[in-house]
Write a protein that binds this ligand. Structure first.
Ligand SMILES: Nc1ncnc2c1ncn2[C@@H]1O[C@H](COP(=O)(O)OP(=O)(O)O)[C@@H](O)[C@H]1O
Ligand SMILES: [Mg+2]
Length: 361
């Protein structure tokens, strides 16, 4: 059966309708354009269509709370689409909204735990060894109890680990589920879409650990071959070319692994960022679909021409002239490379642009 295409807008040259082939989201997709070119808006148009016309589950890593209202109809739209809002799970970190985006330390891999605690297996060998051998059961693990036991052990390595955990103040993070529902529990219920609002944490490492925990979880369960489209907006936060901290390195490694080997397990990436050089080259080189919005720098366009050799050069050169909401689509998900005016959103944009106060306070 040939599925219905996803209508996303109209061709710039003749105004005809443009549809994407949903079957080709089984490849990785790169989405780029300068800030304000309309990436997040356009991404929303495509995600709404995937929700309405396919059964592909979406996982959205959302750094600016842009997708936290995809369960509400946009002003002027008749409805938010065909999906039952209860099948959209929006996990918050911004503001007081519930449910919260949370995860469990005990569910992280040893490498990820060590990264969170800035432990080196050689330099901090004793502490690392304690971590390695502390097999906590996720269902019964109590963080305060864990710390108390380390302290009471009389063992130097355990006590040092306790001091480290206290000094880094990681137990204070809002991210920890503390007996509540973890984002990985939510993913396992297979909602149509899971939105992870990453922007509201007080510690800059928390959103990265949140991302690492879900990507590790998906990778650990890859043999189940349950397809999911992993959408990463502002992907330079998640897979930069030059990770500097241990958590960033673990995260980049995990994304590279999914980019290289995830396709056959149904783990498909859609990465959005401002320029091609802002994400790791080993991830970029695995992308087969391209959406390019306005981008000025000739160097960036040359880089794209290099990576996406199948895109006609003259079409890439149109990009600096794009107005907001205009894009070049190329790759398997569109028949032939096409210049597109994006259609309108069906659901509400989230985000939180703050208006300049123009009248007295
Ligand atoms: N096609 C469009 N139609 C209407 N408004 C748009 C469109 N594209 C973008 N906008 C608006 O322009 C602003 C910037 O767009 P956004 O998608 O956030 O850009 P980017 O993610 O590339 O920085 C947002 O306020 C958005 O509502
Ligand atoms: Mg954006």
């Amino acid at each position: 059966m040939i599925p219905a295409g996803l209508p996303i807008g109209t061709r710039l040259d003749d105004g005809s309708d443009v549809v994407l082939d949903p079957r080709k989201f089984n490849r990785h997709t790169f989405w780029c354009g300068q800030s304000g070119s309309g990436k997040t808006y356009a991404l929303g148009v495509v995600l709404e269509q995937l929700l309405a016309r396919t059964a592909l589950p979406l996982l959205v890593l959302d750094p600016n709370a842009d997708f936290t209202r995809i369960d509400e109809a946009a002003p002027g739209a008749e409805s938010a689409g065909a999906v039952d809002p209860s099948d959209l799970r929006i996990l918050h970190s911004t503001g007081p909204a519930a449910p919260r985006l949370q995860t469990r330390f005990v569910d992280l891999s040893v490498a990820a735990k060590a990264a969170v605690l800035q432990l080196d297996p050689i330099r901090d060998s004793e502490e690392f060894n304690v971590l390695l051998h502390s097999q906590q059961d996720a269902s019964t693990f109590d963080q305060d109890d864990f710390l108390a036991r380390l302290r009471a052990s009389g063992d130097a390595g355990q006590q040092r680990l306790a001091t480290r955990i206290e000094n880094l103040q990681v137990l204070d993070w809002e991210l920890w589920a503390r007996g509540g529902e973890s984002v990985t529990d939510v993913l396992d219920t297979r909602p149509r879409a899971t939105v992870m609002d990453l922007g509201g944490f007080s510690h800059p490492v928390e959103p990265k650990v949140a991302a690492l925990s879900v990507l590790e979880h998906l990778w650990r369960h890859r043999d189940e071959r349950r397809p999911v489209l992993i959408v990463i907006d502002e992907a330079h936060n998640i897979c930069p070319p030059d990770p500097t901290t241990a958590v960033e390195r673990a995260l980049v490694e995990q994304v590279i692994q999914i980019a290289a080997e995830g396709r056959k397990f149904g783990l498909w990436l859609l990465l959005s960022t401002q320029r091609p050089t802002k994400i790791h080259p080993n991830v970029l080189s695995q992308c087969d679909n391209l959406c390019l919005m306005r981008m000025n720098a000739p160097r960036d366009l040359a880089e794209l021409a290099d990576v996406f050799g199948f895109v006609p050069e003259d079409q890439l050169q149109r990009s600096p002239g794009f107005a907001q909401g205009q894009a070049l689509f190329a790759g398997g998900f569109i028949g032939a490379p096409s210049l597109v005016q994006m259609g309108a959103r069906l659901t509400r944009e989230g985000g939180s642009d703050v208006a300049v106060p123009l009248t007295g306070i």
